[in-house]
Ligand binder design. Structure first.
Ligand SMILES: C[S@@+](CC[C@H](N)C(=O)[O-])C[C@H]1O[C@@H](n2cnc3c(N)ncnc32)[C@H](O)[C@@H]1O
Length: 222
């Protein structure tokens, strides 16, 4: 995925507030053969992370982006409340998911401003965003999501293990695309979850040898 979050001037909260960026989001990342395979695997894993939740539950998808993963949840019978700081990304999502009618609704929302909100969802998905911020900011983001969620939060992240750090080093040598700016170690995952009032229940990986992606099912502990 094209990613400039290790450029300190790149700002994930602003970058996607652009109609051209939003329109191109899926094509740029997921239209190659490898991209299509990864996208399908990721959607399968996300569906599995919510498989024991009663159908018809409303899942908060924040950030929803273009509705890529919301589509997977809607397809499995769940309802989705798609929230994102970018109205442009939500426009693409609304167009894509219009066929789901009232099962999919959206709202422009800033995850950093959710603490103290009266709103409550049973479960939430928080995908492909935390790795764009330094750890302290990730904690603020996830605390916001936890403030409006009663029980389960599924996050994805980029795992920083000795093997994955070696892989990154090789990728840089080979001149590959830059990876996410703020991958996270296992002890940092514990801190991120703990300081957001969450505990890990289980985790999933996709192609651990060739991908940093880690999917964590967490539940509220307070
Ligand atoms: C890489 S996209 C991921 C979208 C989607 N989760 C996916 O996996 O396709 C990151 C999204 O985070 C959104 N975002 C960034 N900061 C945010 C914030 N403070 N509150 C809500 N959304 C935010 C951006 O607008 C963008 O749509």
């Amino acid at each position: 995925m094209a990613n400039r979050s290790n450029d300190r001037n790149w700002d994930a909260t602003q970058h996607y507030k652009n109609a051209a960026v939003a329109k191109d989001y899926d094509r740029v990342r997921f239209s190659s053969t490898a991209g299509r395979v990864f996208n399908n695997q990721e959607k399968r894993v996300i569906r599995e992370c919510f498989q024991d939740i009663p159908r018809d539950t409303v899942i908060l998808d924040i950030p929803c982006g273009t509705g890529r993963l919301a589509e997977a949840l809607l397809g499995s019978g769940l309802r989705v409340y798609g929230a994102d700081i970018s109205a442009e990304m939500l426009d693409v999502a609304n167009e894509r998911l219009a066929g789901y009618g009232g099962r999919f609704t959206t709202e422009v929302m800033d995850a950093f401003k959710l603490t103290g909100s009266e709103r409550q969802f049973e479960a939430a998905l928080c995908a492909r965003v935390l790795m764009h911020f330094p750890l302290e900011t990730q904690i603020k983001f996830l605390r916001g999501v936890a403030a409006v969620t009663r029980k389960r939060i599924v996050i994805n992240h980029s795992l920083s293990s000795p093997y994955q750090r070696f892989r990154r080093w090789v990728k840089v040598l080979l001149g590959h695309q830059k990876s996410a700016g703020y991958p996270i170690t296992n002890s940092e995952i514990k801190r991120l979850l703990g300081e957001s009032g969450l505990a890990e229940v289980k985790r999933r990986r996709i192609n651990a040898l060739i991908s940093e992606a880690v999917y964590i099912v967490a539940e509220k502990i307070r």
